[in-house]
Write a protein that binds this ligand. Structure first.
Ligand code: FDA
Length: 504
């Protein structure tokens, strides 16, 4: 009856002029399953035993979001807000309580104003759609956000958002200048009416704790007409360990125009059937090849970058390149909202403040070699990231970090889940002496429920600090105070939502 009441309430609230079947989907709707799976990225949360929503609401107008909030509240249903569905732990589409998914995929308009160097983008848009729309208007503007085009703006912006130009321009959240949110009372607020506290909180504190952000105003950044990319792979037999050791010393100190990340994986060794570790050094330089070669020769001659390794292109072509698409092909591939390939996966993250010794790296390779489908992505910090204070936004991982590591493992079937989860936890344990401590930091957008969870959504501030300090450091307390002010009934809650700041 809770479901019926919800539906009646939703009808009543919205006075829907469009057919309700285009907006609400019940378990009986023929498209329910395909919509549920449409943006689900992690097959770990797409099994028969995964709890399913009573309804999926796909708003085509902001009044539908208001109605969904009001009616969920009235009828004791949880709400899960989904923009691009890339949450690593499925929190945008799974709940253990009766729940409704508010899927914003149809709210994705993008308006680019080149002359004002800004854009309004709705949360249901993907990063690919945003980048393509900017490039349609100008080849010398871009936006500093993630490299995977299917990631949704809503989750990505509210959790930080970094990509290949973040050393120059900062995170997505550093370039947001306004937003529109609907709060737990169904009120529509913009930056002025929500106030600077809430506006601060939703730029990195995770949107799901505060309301439904349905649109963002961003500042566009100028990019040069020519950028240059290269990728050089070295196996451990080819000296990858020494190179990576050196990389740790220089990557965060390079000019802001130069992004040089390192991706560690496992391949077949060329002369035997043994597996070996391979490190790919991938770069985006905001400029032409000549200057890039000079910089590499000055800072990292050991890598041996040659002109033939480098390709000049436009910034939007570099977006295609880092997404794995042919750079000479149509930009329309950026409009594709689903990943070509989906798998089961688990990921975790760490920040590194001191270089890891070569012996430490050799030990890491041993653990990595246990798991063929493992991937470690090492992202250099420094540049603009070191110029922004830890409290400027809730994202606190700024000055003092050499690089961030993302550990990831993928697999194909549910029966491999336990083995792979075990492996990544062992890897994480191995890394303990080498990474940040007190707290051991983590990136919210690489959500990891191993760090700790709210039980039934009611964990108090002290208990939640176990995971909260890892994502937010001292900003966690401020987030909890803002949460207490803007959502005192804790309506917007999930396994890792910001708790109320109530002293026990
Ligand atoms: P999703 O819809 O699952 O939402 C994530 C969280 O935000 C959930 O808690 C959800 O409820 C909440 N939320 C979503 N929309 C909201 C809204 N409108 N209002 C309030 N709350 C909302 N990150 C990065 O920084 N750089 C990168 O390059 C990449 N690359 C990447 C590749 C791939 C393949 C994946 C799966 C993920 C990444 N990420 C990433 C991580 C990504 O930034 C992170 O998963 C984002 O939260 C995804 O945002 P979505 O809207 O897609 O997720």
């Amino acid at each position: 009856s809770g479901s019926n009441n919800f539906q009646n309430c939703f009808h009543h609230q919205t006075n829907l002029s469009v057919s309700i079947s285009n907006v609400t989907f019940t378990k009986n709707s023929s498209s329910y399953a395909s919509i549920l799976q449409s943006s689900t990225q992690n097959l770990r949360f797409s099994t028969n035993s995964t709890p399913k929503p009573e309804f999926i609401i796909m708003p085509i107008h902001k009044s539908h979001i208001q109605a969904a909030i009001i009616c969920s509240r009235k009828n004791g249903m949880k709400i899960r807000v989904r923009s691009g569905g890339h949450d690593y732990e499925g929190l945008s589409y799974v709940s253990n309580d009766p729940f409704v998914i508010l899927d914003l995929a149809n709210l994705r308009s993008i308006k680019v104003f080149i002359e004002k160097e800004s854009a309004w983008v709705e949360s249901g848009a993907t990063l690919g759609e945003l980048y393509r729309e900017i490039a349609e208007k100008s080849r010398v503007y871009g936006f500093p956000a993630g490299s995977c085009p299917t990631v949704g703006v809503g989750g990505h912006f509210s959790g930080g958002g970094f990509g290949t130009i973040f050393r120059k321009y900062g995170l997505a959240v550093d370039n947001i200048i306004d937003a529109k949110i609907i709060d737990a009372n169904g009120r529509i607020l913009n930056r002025r009416s929500m106030g600077e506290d809430l506006f601060w909180a939703i730029r990195g504190g995770g949107g799901a704790s505060f309301g439904v952000i349905f649109a963002w105003k961003v500042k566009l950044v100028r990019v040069p007409s020519t950028v240059t990319v290269f990728e050089i792979q070295k196996t451990s037999e080819q000296g990858a360990t020494k190179l990576l050791h050196k990389w740790q010393l220089i990557a965060n100190k390079l000019t802001k125009d130069l992004f040089l990340h390192a991706v560690v994986g496992v391949i077949e060794a060329s002369e035997s059937s043994n597996k070996t570790v391979v490190v790919s050094f991938g770069s985006l330089f905001l400029g032409g090849v000549d200057k890039l070669l000079t910089l590499m020769e000055q800072n990292f001659p050991e890598l041996g970058v040659d002109r033939r390794d480098c390709t000049e292109m436009s910034w939007i072509e570099s977006v295609l390149y880092f997404a794995g698409f042919p750079t000479e092909g149509s930009y329309d591939v950026l409009l594709n909202r689903t990943q070509a390939f989906k798998s089961f996966f688990k990921a975790k993250s760490d920040y590194v403040k001191k270089p890891i010794s070569e012996a430490g790296l050799e030990g890491l390779w041993k653990v990595v070699l246990e798991e063929e489908a493992s991937l470690l992505i090492l992202t250099p910090y420094g540049g603009k990231m070191s110029e922004i204070s830890d409290s400027e936004t809730p994202f606190p991982h700024r000055n003092g970090n050499l690089y961030k590591i993302q550990y990831m493992v993928t697999w194909e079937t549910d029966d491999e889940t336990e083995k792979n989860m075990g492996w990544i936890r062992r890897l994480y344990a191995y890394m303990t002496p080498y990474v940040s401590k007190s707290p051991r930091s983590a990136y919210l957008n690489y959500r990891d429920l191993d760090l700790g969870v709210n039980r039934n959504g009611y964990t108090n501030y002290a208990q939640a600090s176990v995971w909260g300090l890892k994502y937010f450091k001292s900003n966690f307390k401020i987030l909890a105070q803002i949460k207490t002010k803007v959502d005192p009934s804790n309506f917007f809650r999930d396994e890792q939502s910001i708790p109320l700041f109530v002293r026990d």
